[in-house]
Design a protein around this ligand. Structure first.
Ligand code: IVH
Length: 700
């Protein structure tokens, strides 16, 4: 039936287009549900007419059968590597060397691209259809991983991808080559890498040390169904082979293959027009090497804003004829060079292990390291996540360990360098008693962290009080004083802060009359903080500033909130089942209710007229107090997650970006701030504020 055939062709065309809009252009035209509907129809028609299934059908992206080994494939041409420089001077030295090989005063342009830290893949298209995809292997022979590569949605199964909206201009293209072999870098986006590792750890499986290993591990799976579940992507940058269709005899331009783009820049344009993803936002062409170097250096600061891990920038001579003429040294083409970013990883000695405790009692191991510089910051402590992770990775005291500090992430220990073991390393033991109060630790089912169940544990109380003091904006009451108050027995819970007397303070070391008076005034002033602050300050798990704000729009007192059940809480848009459950559980504890009563008794605000709903998070509020202001957030804020901070800013009309530039109005700084953002802000004189100051800005 010709009708079915036509419909199948139409569905494939539409699905390929929508796939491209979603995964390459990041600008979908239809909803996921509509996409699924088209896909379901195509699946149904193909099931009825299996003889019509083709390898470039969008139904063929998933579900290939597992194989027992990879078949080797010879590349049509050597898949070369790349020379490195670590500083601008290295790039200049490279240029001096090769400049001598070039005709004098020939104008030379350069293309700069990101050096994507992924896995090279080689994609073969015959008459526009993806027929094979391989790994690089040794550069001559790779492995056929076609079924795995098909699952990467950003890889076109069929080129050119026709874009109905005319975004991709195909008018200037030569005819489609009979064979096109494209090289690209498959990668796991950083966010997907972090999520994957969390999932692997939760399942008790081995995690990946970095996104590159994650990409390689995901692609070198014998079962493509596993690859399909990993949200890999790709960026393309090279045409390895291009064979035009035979044409009736006509003069063929000499040199370059007919129809093949003559420059790197046009190669990128050609690849993009065909529907391949390229690093559009980063790729640039320059007429001078100095400009190219300056551009590379600017990206050192901005690398964290990229969704993928880049380990440097690549500078390429634009003219591919010149590149070819320059030839290859070893396996590195002379006509291009990588300028590497400073490393984010280092190895150092793990000297000992200490413990952190959270407000809710979770106990986490922290590595104390021989100090080491990573990306411009001296690192002495790094998280060891939890004891399961330590056991899985077999990390021992005395080990040389690999430490990673990526962007604003708190530095963490990736694992031991086992080859450097001396035999003297010692096992890291999980404590059976809380290091702060000696209470036997507990472990909830399904939760990896150890927990101190003692609600009066001084370690826990310390964290609770520090959090409370911060959320209630008690300026001048720093962590040192909090420690002192707890150690002296003046504070056993947050409400005790309000019963401290002038005489008691005078007995403490470092307190004179004035300091004591100031402190008591600060504490007293906090009683009239708005209800939203009190809510945050209580430290109910899951109740940060955003949720607290929502709650004050629906409840006018803590009593009213305490009486709400899970169903009632869930009717509030923005509050999910987990948070609702957590709130109900918190108020279900007698000791928490007693604490609230105690706070009420000392005069802390417990009720307030309901607030009007602020505009939905995400939508910038025109005319809001932050209109026209751009914010960057770095480090861990005391009461807001990154998303909450962004919502807080956006809902007041501000913009949030990932990297500091001249346009940044404020850098909001939390604990363990990222060196790059911090240094840049300092350099540019950008105003730095903490969370408290951010909140104060609203009133201005
Ligand atoms: S060009 C002849 N460009 O980096 C082509 N490579 O460390 C030589 N890479 O093996 C490579 N991004 O896998 C080139 N924009 C880019 C790249 C890139 C990542 C990888 C590539 C290469 C490795 C060398």
């Amino acid at each position: 039936m010709a009708d079915v055939q036509t419909r199948i062709a139409e569905l494939r065309r539409q699905l390929n287009l929508h796939n491209y809009r979603y995964h390459v252009l990041d600008s979908p035209l239809i909803s996921d549900a509509e996409y699924d509907k088209l896909m379901a129809e195509l699946r149904r028609l193909e099931a009825e007419r299996p003889e019509l299934v083709t390898p470039d059908s969008p139904t063929q992206r998933v579900g290939g059968q597992p194989s027992d080994k990879f078949v080797k494939v010879r590349h049509p041409r050597s898949i070369l590597s790349l020379g490195n420089a670590f500083e601008a001077d290295g790039v200049r030295a490279w240029w001096e060397r090769i400049g001598k090989l070039l005709p004098e005063d020939a104008p030379i342009a350069f293309v700069v691209e990101p050096k994507i830290d992924g896995l090279t893949v080689v994609l073969h298209y015959h008459d526009g259809v993806l027929v094979q995809g391989a790994t690089r292997g040794d550069g001559e022979v790779g492995e056929d991983i076609t079924p795995n590569l098909r699952t990467i949605r950003a890889i076109p199964l069929h080129i050119p991808v026709q874009d109905l909206t005319g975004l991709g201009d195909l008018s200037g293209l030569q005819s489609l080559p009979s064979t096109l072999v494209v090289r690209g870098e498959a990668y796991l986006p950083i966010a997907a890498f972090e999520k994957l590792n969390e999932e692997l750890a939760a399942a008790g499986e081995k995690t990946f040390a970095n996104p590159r290993n994650g990409a390689a591990g995901s692609l070198r799976q014998l079962d493509p169904r596993i690859t399909a579940r990993r949200p890999l992507s790709i960026l393309c940058y090279q045409i390895v082979e291009f064979s035009p269709h035979p044409l009736p005899p006509s003069p063929v331009p000499s040199g370059q293959e007919r129809g093949m783009p003559p420059t790197q820049w046009e190669t990128l344009e050609y690849l993009e027009a065909m529907g391949f993803p390229i690093a559009h936002e980063v790729n640039r062409r320059f007429d001078s090497l100095d400009q190219a170097i300056a551009y590379c250096e600017a990206w050192v600061e901005k690398r964290d804003s990229l969704p993928f891990e880049a380990d440097g920038m690549v500078i390429k001579i634009d003219d591919l004829g010149v590149q070819a003429a320059l030839g290859v040294v070893g396996r590195d083409p002379r006509g291009m060079l990588a300028l590497k970013f400073p490393a984010r990883e280092a190895t150092t000695q793990l000297n000992s292990v200490t413990f952190n405790i959270g407000r809710t009692g979770t106990i986490n191991p922290v590595a104390l390291l021989a100090p080491i510089e990573i990306g411009g910051v001296i690192v002495e402590r790094a998280t060891l996540h939890n004891f399961d992770d330590i056991a899985r990775k077999d990390i021992r005291i005395g080990d040389t360990v690999t430490v990673v500090r990526r962007g604003d992430v708190i530095p963490y220990v990736v694992g031991p360098v086992t080859d450097l073991r001396t035999g003297k390393e010692q096992e890291i033991r999980a404590p059976d008693k809380c290091p702060f109060c000696d209470t036997p630790v507990t472990r909830q089912e399904g939760v990896v962290a150890l927990c101190c169940p003692n609600r009066d544990c001084p370690g826990r109380v310390d964290r609770q009080v520090t959090h409370f003091v911060y959320a209630m904006d008690m300026e001048g009451l720093g962590e040192r004083i909090v420690n002192q108050l707890i150690d002296e027995g003046l504070v056993r819970d947050v409400a005790d802060l309000y019963s401290i007397t002038h005489e008691q303070l005078l007995e403490l070391e470092g307190f004179a009359d004035k300091k004591a008076t100031n402190l008591l005034n600060t504490i007293a002033a906090s009683k009239s903080r708005p209800l939203v602050r009190v809510l945050m300050a209580l430290g109910v798990p899951g109740v940060g500033s955003t949720v607290a704000e929502l709650l004050t729009q629906h409840f006018s007192s803590l009593d009213e909130l305490a009486a709400a059940d899970v169903d009632r809480l869930q009717t509030i848009e923005g509050i999910g089942p987990v948070t609702a459950q957590s709130i109900v559980e918190w108020f279900g504890h007698k000791s928490n209710c007693a604490l609230v009563a105690k706070l009420e008794k000392v005069g802390v605000r417990m009720r307030e007229a309901k607030k009007k709903a602020a505009p939905a998070a995400g939508g910038a509020l025109a005319g809001g107090p932050f209109t026209g202001k751009t914010f960057v957030v770095t480090g861990t804020l005391p009461t807001m997650s990154r998303e909450e901070a962004a919502a807080f800013i956006k809902s007041r009309g501000g913009k949030v970006t990932d990297s500091v530039s001249k346009k940044t109005s404020y850098l909001v700084v939390g604990a363990d701030p990222g060196g790059t953002k911090y240094n840049k802000a300092q350099e540019l004189g950008v105003e730095m504020i903490d969370e408290a100051a951010l909140r104060k800005l609203v009133g201005k």
